[in-house]
Design a protein around this ligand. Structure first.
Ligand SMILES: *Cc1c(COP(=O)(O)O)cnc(C)c1O
Length: 376
């Protein structure tokens, strides 16, 4: 293969170890194993287009997650967009204002109008009791989010969707590996999506996946992510390019091998936060029917002023938590003015995600905890 450009990867500059504690740090797996996969890629010179490693990662993820009909794609945002296209979503979709911007922007990008339904003030997930009143003749789908890996009320949402003949697409970007009532949370809905961005629990540098309920939808999506091409000289429908490449898959295979360790380390950190901060701040009420994947540790303060005071104090000590999610998505400037989603505003203004990653030491974590406790 002759490429017109060649990326030059020089030796990494030896960085001095700063004592910066960010909200997350990308997990980099065993280098020797990654090299082995890269040697494989070099030996075949097959770098993309449904290669061997993408096939291997697809099979291994289906097994690990306990799902079927999984399709790897370029990133989580395209996963959402492809899912809407395959399922024929048009008009309006009901969604949550409390999420990462991609949940809403992907709808708008596909020409679908987001209709916001407020969240529950304890679980931070869409409030199913408010969904029915937001349904109009234009509504074709519900797009809920498993916020911070906490299962939203899938049972009631699925009931509503059936009653009104709506499709459900779950944004499960945070829900990697979460089990609900003994089965994968990602097996709910006509489709569920995952993000494998470097900041997520499991990652492929950039990447994502769609899990379809129906095999026919998977087969359509396979065509769609490859320009609608179904063979040499044959284009059967409108498509786009959303394929995962072999280097992404190599990273994923290596990280997947280390998931047990990653989860153990994160569970320990998560529990230390919980034990040290409960009673001081409000914590997310977790759905008791789902397992914890320890993907985020959000804390809620009494007021935005308190949050800003604590955040400033942390920043002064090189600790960089993040305001996930802020602002509430109904305030996005490219949307028609919406009815303010008051619960979402209230949570978005007061919530902070604390540093949580495998390498975070107890010493560093205690610095975070003490900064909070000292100012309450
Ligand atoms: C990260 C994220 C996305 C987007 O995924 P990318 O892989 O970054 O495109 C979508 N929704 C939520 C809730 C996310 O956190």
């Amino acid at each position: 293969m002759i490429n017109s450009t060649k990326t030059c990867l020089s030796d990494p500059v030896k960085l001095q170890k700063h004592e910066v504690i960010n909200v997350t740090k990308t997990y980099l797996p065993d280098r020797t194993k990654l090299d082995m996969y890269i040697d494989k890629i070099y030996s075949t010179a097959w770098v993309t287009n449904n290669g061997q490693l993408v096939k291997e990662l697809t099979a291994r993820l289906e097994e690990y997650l306990g799902v079927q009909n999984l399709l790897l794609v370029t990133n989580g945002t395209l996963a959402l967009q492809i899912a809407y296209k395959v399922l024929g979503i048009t008009g309006q979709a009901i969604t949550t204002p409390f999420s990462f911007v991609a949940t809403t922007s992907s709808l708008v990008w596909e020409g679908i109008e987001p209709i916001f339904v407020d969240i529950d003030h304890e679980t931070f997930c869409i409030d199913p009791s408010k969904i029915e009143e937001a349904i109009t003749p234009e509504t074709t789908a519900i797009v809920p989010v498993h916020v911070f890996g906490n299962a939203c009320d899938v049972d009631n949402i699925e009931k509503i969707a059936q009653k009104y003949n709506l499709k459900t697409i779950y944004d499960g970007a945070h829900a990697f590996g979460v089990q609900y009532n003994g089965r994968s949370l990602l097996s709910y809905g006509d489709a569920a999506i995952l993000s494998f961005h470097a900041t997520k629990l499991f990652h492929t540098i950039e990447g994502g996946a769609i899990i379809f309920r129906n095999k026919e939808d998977l087969e359509r999506a396979k065509l769609m992510i490859n320009f609608g091409i179904n063979g040499p000289d044959s284009v059967v429908e409108l498509g786009i390019n959303a394929k995962m490449n072999e280097f992404q898959a190599a990273m994923g295979l290596c990280v997947l091998d280390e998931m047990d360790t990653i989860l153990e380390q994160r569970a320990e950190i998560w529990s230390h936060y919980e034990n040290s901060l409960k009673g001081y701040v409000q914590l997310q009420k977790r759905n008791f029917q789902c397992t914890n994947n320890y993907s985020y540790f959000p804390v809620l303060f009494k007021s935005e002023e308190k949050l800003m005071e604590i955040k400033a104090s942390m920043n002064a000590n090189n600790i960089n938590p993040r305001r996930y999610f802020f602002p509430s998505l109904d305030t996005l400037n490219y949307l028609h003015p919406h009815v303010p989603q008051m619960v979402s505003w209230s949570i978005a203004n007061r919530i902070l995600c604390l540093p949580l990653y495998s390498e975070l030491s107890v010493h560093e974590q205690n610095k975070v905890i003490l900064t909070i406790r000292d100012l309450l």
